[in-house]
Design a protein around this ligand. Structure first.
Ligand SMILES: Cc1ncc(COP(=O)(O)O)c(C=O)c1O
Length: 392
């Protein structure tokens, strides 16, 4: 199954945030979605849904569409990652940001701290802010071979007198593209146990991992801690359906789900639409070939973007991402006028994410989304090279 690029005028007609945030002459290379046509099985499902006018309420209960998605999640975790996720722990939601906010409400109180490795997905900080929770950040460490988890998060927190109630992990990691090893995460798991913290593991990028790196769900990596782990996953990132809205929350033990239910009414999670659930089923059951083609394209582009940036200005620093379609660039030494995000917007007509949104102390960095078509990717590299070589 091949990956079909979308033409630029079709992208502009999508009326999505990625292609509507900036002026038409700007390439939107920030917001996390991709510039390819949907996988044919997803398109076919959505077309047949419309043909049959299936716009009624989906069935709830053990024989309905929601149960199908739940079963499909459990099957996929076993088939792809070798993890046995008990279906009794599965709860559908509309999106993962909702799931994160719900977990904050369920497992902490206003004013409580949440441990997050920074830089982090900016919406984590929005969820904290809206929920009146406090960021207890433990920054990743930049090493010659890539970003690494701080090996002693307890000391980092103790120096500041911080005692978080929740650990919110992102694995694989947005924005650095790291896939953390078991050894790196072990100190965080020990800390969570010592302080009786709930761990929310956002694994939305689990399908987007480049070999030889390999994703292992946290609850599988640390089965002894499963009773405190909430795993979040969805098809929306890997299969480019983020506007449809469907996500999965998996609770590692009945008691954890019980605590969640006691604080979060079921109605607050809403109900994913029929289309979102059908698209999720098609993605998880019928799109392996499409995903392989996607990873092949992203692999080529992660190498080329890294090489292009390094060649354009040796003061720019970046690591080859092990996962995701993001590249995290350290431009602090390049002295780009106005900061890198503004410089790239004004001089290269490229819309990227400003590092300042990814946590305190990350200004001077930017995040690129390189999941675009071959033609637009060539254009991205040409614009970068032109603007950066002119300024260096
Ligand atoms: C780590 C992470 N979590 C969650 C989301 C958003 O998921 P949703 O659209 O289901 O809220 C994103 C989107 O980029 C993400 O990168």
């Amino acid at each position: 199954m091949s990956l079909e690029p979308m033409a630029l005028d079709a992208l502009h007609r999508k009326r999505n945030a990625k292609w509507s945030t900036f002026a038409p002459d700007v390439l939107g290379m920030g917001i996390a979605e991709m510039d390819y046509h949907l996988a044919p099985p997803i398109r076919a499902r959505l077309a047949s849904l419309l043909a049959d006018e299936r716009t009624g309420y989906p069935m709830r209960g053990p024989v309905g569409l929601m149960a199908d998605v739940s079963d499909s999640f459990t099957r996929r975790m076993a088939r792809v990652f070798g993890w046995r996720a008990d279906p009794a722990g599965n709860v559908l939601c509309v999106d993962l940001l909702q799931a994160i906010s719900a977990c904050l409400a369920a497992f902490s109180d206003p004013g409580d701290g949440v441990l997050i490795q920074t830089p982090c997905y900016p919406a984590f900080l929005i969820a904290l802010d809206q929920g009146r929770r406090v960021l207890h950040d433990v920054p990743l460490l930049d090493t010659p071979t890539g970003f690494r988890a701080d090996p002693d998060p307890g000391a980092s927190l103790a120096r500041r007198g911080l005692s978080p109630r929740i650990l919110l992990l992102c694995q694989p990691h947005n924005p650095t593209g790291r896939v953390f090893s078991r050894d790196e995460l072990a100190p965080y798991m020990r800390l969570a146990e010592a302080r009786d913290m709930v761990i929310v593991s956002d694994e939305i990028h689990a399908d987007l991992v480049f070999a030889p790196a390999r994703h292992q769900p946290l609850a599988q990596m640390f089965p002894e801690a499963a009773e405190r782990i909430v795993t979040l996953y969805s098809a929306t990132k890997s299969f480019n359906t983020p506007g449809l809205r469907c996500g999965m929350i998996h609770f590692g033990a009945p008691a954890l789900l019980e605590r969640f239910r006691a604080r979060v009414p079921e109605c607050l999670l809403g109900l994913p639409s029929t289309g979102a659930m059908e698209a999720t089923l098609a993605a998880w059951e019928e799109c392996d070939d499409w995903l392989a083609a996607l990873m092949h394209r992203l692999d080529t582009q992660r190498h080329r973007l890294t090489d292009t940036l390094r060649a354009a200005d040796p003061r720019l620093r970046c690591h080859l991402p092990e996962s995701t379609y993001f590249l995290w660039l350290d431009a602090r030494d390049a002295g780009l006028p106005g900061g890198p995000a503004r410089f790239l917007l004004e001089r290269a007509k490229l819309g990227v994410n400003d590092g300042a949104a990814f946590g305190p102390g990350w200004d001077g960095f930017v995040r690129f989304n390189f999941a675009t078509t071959p033609a637009l990717f060539d254009d991205l590299c040409a614009r970068l090279t032109r603007a950066l070589t002119e300024s260096s």
